[in-house]
Design a protein around this ligand. Sequence first.
Ligand SMILES: Cc1cc2nc3c(=O)[nH]c(=O)nc-3n(C[C@H](O)[C@H](O)[C@H](O)COP(=O)(O)OP(=O)(O)OC[C@H]3O[C@@H](n4cnc5c(N)ncnc54)[C@H](O)[C@@H]3O)c2cc1C
Length: 537
Amino acid sequence: MMPYGQGSPSGARFDMLVVGAGFAGLYMLHRARRDGLSVRVLEAAGGVGGTWYWNRYPGARCDVESLEYCYQFDEALQQEWQWSERFATQPEILRYANHVAERFALRRDIRFDTRVVAASYADATWTVRTDQGDEASAQFLVMATGCLSSANRPAIKGLETFAGPVYHTGEWPHAEPDFSGRRVGVIGTGSSAIQSIPIIAQRAKQLTVFQRTANYTVPAKNAPLDPEHVARIKSDYPAFRARNSLQINAFGSNMPRSSVPARELTAAERRAALEARWQYGGLFFLGAFGDLLLDKAANDEAAEFVRGKIRGIVRDPEVARLLSPQQVIGCKRLCVDTDYYATFNRPNVRLVDISASGIDEITPRGARVNGDAFELDALVFATGFDAMTGTLLKIDIRGREGRTLREAWRDGPRTYLGLCIAGFPNFFTITGPGSPSVLTNMIVSIEQHVDWIADCISSLRSNGCTSIEARPEAQEAWVEHVNAVADRTLYPQCNSWYVGANIPGKTRVFMPLLGFPPYVEKCDEVAARGYEGFETD
Ligand SMILES: Cc1cc2nc3c(=O)[nH]c(=O)nc-3n(C[C@H](O)[C@H](O)[C@H](O)COP(=O)(O)OP(=O)(O)OC[C@H]3O[C@@H](n4cnc5c(N)ncnc54)[C@H](O)[C@@H]3O)c2cc1C
């Protein structure tokens, strides 16, 4: 049996246990250790980095700019790290996570290759059980398990009979598969597919893309970072960060969202605004009008603009039509690409529409759709994740009186501030449902949550308290608030993973909260009022 970190026996007790060693777990460990807590992190993977450890597929990169998609808690760290491109690649982000682990000597308190399978609360103690057959306990349990960390593998008839290798973008092998001379099938056309398809198309003999729903994607306009731009940002990095934290999504103060609604612009001005953002590249496109995600007419105009771009890029009109999304733009996560639509002009790429009835069957030699057979040597699932709740619900979590999280969340996730759950004392979720999480630059949201949790624990201790738990009525009011905010927007209108629609049987609830600045204000206010809405003991 492996020891819990250096020299600590199985069954050891800590002040805090953290599950997950992605960006959330790493910073939680650093911050709690600095505050004098004994901490252990348990991580299923063989290394740090979370998302960036698992998602090694070709083309994986961030779509929040590198200079923002990194920690800000340590000025020396953000000054010394050099990003090479506007949008960093997965290997570079993983190198950064390893650098952070090294720089702050984090590994000695992380136990790798250890999956937490159960966690239960009794006698003011959380006890976790691992797949290594042992246990550890702590006063506080922090779930840093990630919002996008449970790969979604749709059940397709006959999949187990497929003769070739099967991959999932979210669990990509460390040894890069060799697709040369191969006929590769990609299932899915979300963000990971849109990043990987252009590269797989260059490597494979033939690429067949199976598309259920066309998604909007805008060009990244990725490029090496200009040293002068970097120097400018770094000359006052904290002020740049502060400006970004005031943006609704906690990033992008260099190209803020317009405050002008579409209806106040002429047709020519609207087109110019969309074109300027298309040329600028990245998620900023959604900020072309102040009401792009609030008003259907404004949204329709942006959506039609992108469809026009698709028609301009894709030569075969029928393929262009199939690639043209019809839903509200932005209510499924907007994708950011390099040459995605142009890839469908390649002679070795074909698009198969599976919107009507999915894939009939996987056979040993390929896939069958509507009776047509497609021969394949390798299959890639780019089918995303059971987002936000999937990873937590896979663990048998039991709070007071043995109540399971699965019961508590039977009708969808319910939290107070996305941080705590009534009935689960001293239990915290970093970027949990009900917090801005996936609608933001997640590293900013992670840091805000870690600091809030650490401050909360310090405050408890200095007041001689040992436990904190969300009050049910505060939680109910929060859930209502999250829904009310979503209902003022166009977000709930699509069958997105934000509402759990990609997972059969999952309760339809809009899980994240829109609006980082008011959320931070609320969290600060709750703390300033002595943790209003919580029971402390
Ligand atoms: C392809 C991709 C691109 C992305 N790009 C961006 C971007 O540009 N900008 C952005 O803001 N966000 C992006 N994200 C979101 C990304 O997940 C977050 O930015 C961030 O990396 C999350 O960090 P985390 O530590 O919260 O979770 P994760 O990185 O998911 O880490 C969670 C860790 O918990 C571990 N774990 C889970 N369950 C258990 C268990 N039971 N026992 C032990 N360990 C467990 C996992 O192995 C994992 O290592 C992207 C996500 C993906 C998948």
